[in-house]
Write a new protein. Structure first.
Length: 228
């Protein structure tokens, strides 16, 4: 299933959009502001974001900019009453993928969502195959050597899976310990950055027999996945 994050401070409109997405076969998570959306993103994986611009506190522009700092590829659709060209230009400069002006047509929204997902090659599959490892983001499974009945499922926690999936989704990209901590523990976590090291060590041990990648320490920065 495709998970979509809806960030809209109008409670009624948020519910309408989420219900329509759910009825169209997606799984929608509604948030009434950017901070709530950040929390949702730290604990869940989304394939697309629909966001308003004019929201109290952190507006849609700042929200989109912060998302792009950690995720360069997730499609972002702005849904706003701002119909002026400068707002649209600013949104696209910040990295959004599409822009709809309120009041929106819900059927048109679905068409745009489908187009964005197709463009991102996400709608049909949420699987990563690297060497002899297959990660399934829907089932949260990691299977090694899938050959007939000889495959072996590696038992991982949700956090371990998400860290590995993130690293392998962006091979050769370095993620700092702080970035990984913010993504998978939350910005308000009091856990030490050393927890990231502990999780990476566990991943290295569990996937030692995988031939397609290795997790490399970038001294003084963090970690990256290198394909082999």
């Amino acid at each position: 299933m495709i998970n979509i994050l809806v960030v809209e401070d109008d409670v009624k409109l948020n519910q309408i959009v989420c219900n329509y997405l759910n009825d169209s076969g997606y799984i929608a998570k509604g948030c009434l502001g950017a901070n709530e959306a950040y929390d949702a993103m730290y604990n869940n994986m989304f394939e697309l974001i629909i966001s308003d611009i004019m929201m109290p506190g952190i507006d849609g522009f700042e929200f989109a900019e912060s998302v792009r700092q950690v995720n360069k590829t997730i499609p972002i659709l702005f849904m706003s009453a701002k119909d002026d060209l400068p707002s649209k230009q600013k949104g696209f400069r910040l990295g959004i993928d599409d822009y709809m002006v309120k009041p929106i047509d819900l059927d048109e929204m679905i068409l745009r969502v489908r187009a964005l997902l197709r463009r991102a090659n996400i709608e049909m599959s949420r699987k990563l195959t690297v060497g002899n490892l297959e990660l399934d983001a829907d089932a949260l499974t990691a299977v090694v050597n899938r050959v007939g009945s000889k495959s072996e499922e590696i038992q991982v926690t949700t956090r371990e899976f998400n860290i590995l999936y993130k690293l392998l989704s962006y091979p050769s990209k370095t993620f700092s310990r702080a970035q990984l901590m913010d993504m998978f523990w939350g910005v308000d976590s009091e856990t030490s950055l050393r927890a990231v090291d502990v999780y990476v060590t566990k991943l290295r041990d569990k996937f030692i027999d995988c031939d397609g990648f290795k997790i490399v320490t970038v001294r003084g920065l963090g970690y990256k996945a290198v394909l082999q």
